[in-house]
Design a protein around this ligand. Structure first.
Ligand SMILES: CC(C)(COP(=O)(O)OP(=O)(O)OC[C@H]1O[C@@H](n2cnc3c(N)ncnc32)[C@H](O)[C@@H]1OP(=O)(O)O)[C@@H](O)C(=O)NCCC(=O)NCCS
Length: 147
């Protein structure tokens, strides 16, 4: 079956919310924060999601989830790569993220630990940083070369 990673539309929001909730990722600010989502579309259903809160030249990578039945097939890696290309096209040169469970996954992809006091102010002011993600979550960062 073909799988297509594409920008999300308004009608994808319920599927995005369902994927994020089932992966225990924050949903509380989906309507109030400016998030660009990409989705992995299998035709009948959405099987992956990833988002960025763009604040060029910075960006907050968030909301990465893959359907449980497709984990371990390379889709997570593909979603991150698509998001990095999408971010670079918007002039984002650095992506920051918080994760409780997937730090080793992101470190395989070139993300490195960043002390929270070194996070740029615009990212530190997001709802995810201020309140939605536990203080114990690992903060990671990657430099994104502009295309
Ligand atoms: C994290 C997640 C998106 C990875 O997606 P995936 O499609 O399974 O990842 P891939 O198949 O592309 O895996 C790529 C590599 O990362 C490894 N990996 C995947 N998830 C991992 C994790 N949580 N911790 C460590 N390594 C992980 C895989 O084993 C694979 O390694 P390999 O290339 O050496 O074989 C998926 O497990 C998920 O949806 N988890 C729940 C939500 C979550 O934790 N999101 C991240 C919060 S921002």
């Amino acid at each position: 079956m073909t799988l297509h990673v594409r920008p999300a539309t308004e009608t994808d929001l319920p599927a995005i919310q369902a994927l994020l909730s089932s992966a225990s990722l924050p949903c509380a600010d989906l309507a109030s924060s400016h998030i660009d989502f990409l989705v992995a579309d299998m035709g009948q259903r959405i099987v992956g999601v990833i988002g960025v809160e763009p604040m060029p030249p910075a960006g907050l990578l968030r909301s990465l989830a893959v359907s449980p039945d497709l984990r371990g097939t390379g889709l997570g890696k593909q979603m991150v790569s698509a998001l990095e290309a999408h971010a670079a096209r918007q002039g984002i040169t650095g992506l920051t993220l918080l994760t409780e469970t997937a730090a080793p996954f992101f470190m395989q992809l070139g993300y490195a630990p960043l002390a929270r006091e070194h996070v740029v102010a615009a990212i530190a002011a997001t709802a995810e940083f201020r309140s939605l993600c536990p203080a114990a979550a690992t903060c990671l960062h990657k430099h994104i070369p502009l295309n």
